[in-house]
Design a protein around this ligand. Structure first.
Ligand SMILES: [Fe+2]
Length: 471
């Protein structure tokens, strides 16, 4: 059964205890891959992941860093590749390690869907389950690399050995949740951040100096409810705030006919905030309620601000007991010219590329889907040189079945895209593919087989060692 075999890649793996050189490479790593002297290809994965069938829950897993190092050898410009992995050494992980036992129990064996759901809601609303799970993203700012989950401040990572360094609270100025998706503002190089919380202040936006040393701006947007705000946009002049209701149709998340209703909070808004604006200067545009985790990009065009993201009409926060077949059909069904999706509930849950155009002059908003219902897209990215300005290409993972194609695309360079093909069955190897993004349909330029399976996870990044930081 495909579900059972693929679920095996939700299982955690151990630390390998040091970097291993990889010799199993098919094809050739391009001589010009990529610019920079000694880059690292890193991805952060939760050891317990979404859609798993275990009793644990995806948001709970400790963060584990998986890194692929590309090192130029000699003058021949050939590459040596090695792989390493390491848990993010969070304070809570250290406590558990010291005591040699888990102190923070999942306590969620799924007898009661209500408990699971409460847990998910806790995480989304309060930004915390009960651990500092630094398991969501890796980002670089001002030459330093951080691992982060939105419940807690980032933790600095030494990319050479994956050791965890200090918690980054920006000189003591940021004492609250920190988004997993901060954005470097075009032009200034400042880092735009936010923290959303279950208690007031619900949403605080900050601007960090381009050198990472100072919190230049910090403002409470004075929302009167907590919001499901996972991502933030930037343009040349503005910060783009996504204020969407935390609405979960729980009936969809349970099996066995159990239906739990939550009151729907009716409104959704997109806010355009001057970079150093405040609660009063945000221009809010009311939009139809929706669910969205990730923006693709935002940019200014004439009188309009264009906001692109992966939007679904309805929320889906899958829990361990989710009946996957209720959400997405099997791949074989998809091939029947998409009919399966057009029937029933599936289409509502697909996340597709959506574009809003917010007109600053007329104060009106229009929006449309730019992709169809053939497939659901997630984990989007663009070449980040275009963050905040008009881009031409976006890249995303196609989720044609939640369990069968959960491969994870990673950082996109101007010319080459990295792509981690995660194993679908227990004995299958994890491969990293290098793809020439100008010949996207072609075969990968190189296929690198990792020495150990990498479980399904969340986001990754690509950094150049010659600008990296210091723990
Ligand atoms: Fe994310």
């Amino acid at each position: 059964n495909s579900t059972a075999t693929s679920s095996s890649n939700f299982a955690p793996v151990d630390e390998i205890g040091g970097s291993i050189e990889i010799l199993q490479i098919e094809g050739e790593i391009p001589k010009d891959f990529p610019e920079g002297s000694n880059p690292l290809f890193g991805a952060l994965h939760s050891t317990v992941s979404v859609f798993g069938e275990s009793s644990e829950i995806w948001v709970e897993g400790e963060g584990m860093l998986h890194a692929l190092y590309f090192t130029k050898t000699g003058s021949a410009s050939s590459w040596s590749v090695s792989y390493d992995n390491r848990y993010v050494q969070s304070e809570t992980l250290k406590i558990e390690q010291d005591r040699q036992k888990p102190c923070f129990l999942p306590a969620i064996e799924g007898d009661s869907a209500a408990i699971i759901v409460a847990y998910i809601l806790n995480y989304l609303r309060f930004g915390k389950v009960n651990k500092n799970i630094t398991n969501t993203n890796v980002f670089e700012h001002a030459g330093r690399v951080y691992a982060v989950a939105e419940s807690h401040q980032p933790q600095e990572i030494c990319i050479q050995n994956l050791e965890t360094g200090n918690t980054w609270d920006i000189g003591g100025e940021w004492d609250r949740p920190f988004t997993a998706h901060p954005k470097v503002a075009p032009g200034s190089g400042e880092l735009v951040i936010f923290g959303s919380d279950a208690k007031k202040p619900f949403l605080v936006v900050g601007v960090v100096s381009d050198d990472g040393t100072k919190l230049k701006h910090k403002v409470d947007l004075k929302l009167n409810r907590s919001t499901l705000c996972h991502d933030i946009g930037v343009t040349l002049k503005y910060n783009i705030i996504i204020d969407i209701p935390l609405t979960i149709d729980i009936g969809r998340l349970t099996t066995g006919g159990q239906l739990i209703e939550f009151e729907k909070e009716g409104y959704a808004r997109i806010g355009i905030m001057p970079r150093y604006g405040d609660a009063e200067s945000v221009m809010w545009f009311d939009v139809e309620p929706f669910c969205m985790f990730h923006l693709i990009n935002c940019f200014e065009e004439g009188d309009e601000v264009v906001v692109q993201g992966l939007r679904s009409a309805d929320s889906v926060i899958p829990g361990p007991r989710l009946n996957k077949q209720e959400i997405l059909p099997e791949r074989s069904e998809l091939k029947k010219d998409g009919k399966a999706m057009k029937q029933g509930i599936n289409e509502k849950l697909f996340s597709r590329l959506f574009e809003w155009r917010l007109n600053l002059k007329t104060k009106t908003v229009s929006g449309e889907y730019l992709t169809g219902t053939e497939c659901s897209l997630e984990f989007p990215m663009i070449n980040n040189h275009y963050t905040g300005v008009r881009h031409s290409y976006g890249y995303a993972q196609i989720v044609d079945s939640l369990t069968r194609s959960a491969s994870s695309s990673e950082k996109v360079l101007p010319k080459y895209g990295g792509f981690a093909k995660l194993c679908l069955e227990e004995r299958e190897n994890t491969e990293v593919h290098i793809i020439d993004t100008q010949k996207f349909e072609g075969a990968p330029v190189a296929k690198i087989t990792l020495p150990q399976r990498v479980p399904y996870g969340f986001h990754g990044t690509f950094v150049h060692n010659n600008i990296h930081g210091h723990v």
